[in-house]
Design a protein around this ligand. Structure first.
Ligand code: PMT
Length: 406
């Protein structure tokens, strides 16, 4: 995803975490955003404007300007037209001022002028964060539509441990994407996504698995979260970090995945099964490590077909399966759609380089149970995920309209 074309204001206030704002700024500009930094007087005690000017390529706003000057008027205009104001780190002081509409320096003035999204990433001592006054200010801001992230737990500058650390850069950027996301069209939906491979043990150190990286499934979970859904992500082992805000259920084997899926199925309104479930497992995994230099015969038994079982339960959820094919993709996918009894099948040709397993991109064919077929061009998996979700919404609306006419 990109932030190209996005005009942002990054407010930095006086916390020891102010240096982390430089990393955040580098990430934002790397994603294509145009960022104007506004430093509070106390932030400048921790990090100088030169760092931010160099990283943003723009002059830095400090609290030295005269609120009546032409420069001040220009910056208020910038706040009015920017897509988002992001305050990171946000101290208890700036949260209090913003909650009460106090505008006694450039940053709090810009916060009042902002018309786009406002996000605050707090950083303070754990005791301060828990203080009823701070919590009341946070509640006020949230009720007004401001995104106030939860700080993270860990070691604090005071030498104590607790909840008060500035959220990681990835979490802040993800929150920004969600705040800027134009569509909240999955609000109210509960989406169950499976991702990654399963691992079927042969002995305590060896397993049967496949090349699934989890990128397609994690992309779907991320896209659904950005569009307002509650998301449960059931994932086999991958190297990926689950998107913030999802309920994450890690599993190893197909049987564990089946159990987790069936447990979460009753509340799901949409199920998307992007996981590459191993079709077979060893019938009798060895209890101790198999010794080398001798022939071993593995007896394999089929794993349960989770997708078919989910469809057979007819819970009312919209069900999307994937198909990994290597030839005659459309014909095999249509047969799979019908045999599994699902609503939509996303087929990819996993014999092709650059798409499918462990690739950044995918190119898929969407086949639905009403006879429709749609080919999506090769795109990054994040964009494929968004296109799949949009297609689901269109199909669901079509099905509801047909039902209303019968
Ligand atoms: O993870 P990535 O590296 O990003 O790669 C993405 C992907 C190639 C894994 C993904 O796009 C994909 O195709 N996922 C499905 C892979 C697969 O197992 O396909 P299949 O044709 O074998 O299975 C069909 C469907 O049945 C799938 O939805 C699968 O989750 C499901 N299934 C399969 C076997 C089984 N025992 N239980 C199941 O539920």
């Amino acid at each position: 995803m990109s932030l190209a074309g996005r005009e942002l204001i990054l407010g930095v206030t006086g916390s020891i975490a102010a240096y982390k704002a430089a990393y955040l700024l580098r990430e934002l500009t790397g994603l294509g955003a145009a960022v104007t930094v506004c430093l509070s007087e106390h932030a400048r005690e921790f990090v100088g404007p030169l760092t931010f000017r160099t990283l943003s390529g723009r002059p830095v706003l400090t609290n030295l300007f005269d609120p009546q000057s032409a420069e001040a008027v220009e910056h208020v205009a910038l706040a009015e037209r920017c897509h988002a104001v992001l305050v990171a780190p946000a101290t208890a002081n700036v949260l209090a001022k913003a909650a009460h509409g106090i505008a006694d320096d450039p940053l709090t003035t810009l916060l009042l002028a902002a018309r786009g999204a406002v996000l605050m990433a707090p950083a303070m001592d754990g005791g301060m964060w828990a203080h009823p006054a701070v919590q009341a200010n946070v509640a006020t801001l949230r009720a007004r539509g401001v995104t106030v992230l939860e700080p993270e737990e860990g070691a604090l500058a005071s030498g104590l441990a607790g909840k008060g650390r500035l959220p990681e850069v990835e979490r802040i950027v993800e929150a920004l994407y969600r705040a800027l996301s134009p569509a909240r069209d999955l609000a109210g939906d509960r989406v169950l996504v499976t991702a990654g491979p399963t691992r079927e043990p042969i002995d305590p150190v060896r397993y049967i698995s496949n090349r699934s990286s989890g990128k397609m499934g994690y992309g779907l979970a991320t896209a659904a979260l950005r569009r307002g859904a509650q998301v449960t992500l059931i994932s086999g082992p991958t190297a990926l970090t689950p998107p913030p805000g999802c309920v994450f259920v890690p599993v190893q084997t197909a049987e564990e995945m089946r159990e987790a899926v069936l447990q979460h199925l009753p509340s799901a309104t949409l199920v998307v099964k992007a996981a590459a479930v191993a079709d077979y497992r060893a019938k009798h995994p060895a209890g101790t490590k198999l010794k080398g230099k001798r022939e071993v015969t593995l007896e394999l038994v089929p794993n349960p077909d989770i997708l078919a079982e989910v469809a057979a339960r007819r819970t009312g959820a919209f069900i999307v399966g994937f198909a990994a094919e290597t030839h005659d993709v459309a014909a095999h996918a249509r047969a799979k759609l019908e045999s599994k009894g699902i609503d939509l099948l996303v087929a990819n040709d996993v014999s092709r380089q650059g798409i499918g397993f462990d690739a950044e991109d995918n190119e898929v064919l969407l086949l639905d149970r009403w006879g429709g077929t749609r080919a999506l061009p090769r795109m990054p998996k994040a964009a494929v995920a968004d296109a799949i979700l949009s297609h689901v919404l269109a199909l669901r609306a079509g099905a509801a309209a047909r039902k209303a006419h019968t």
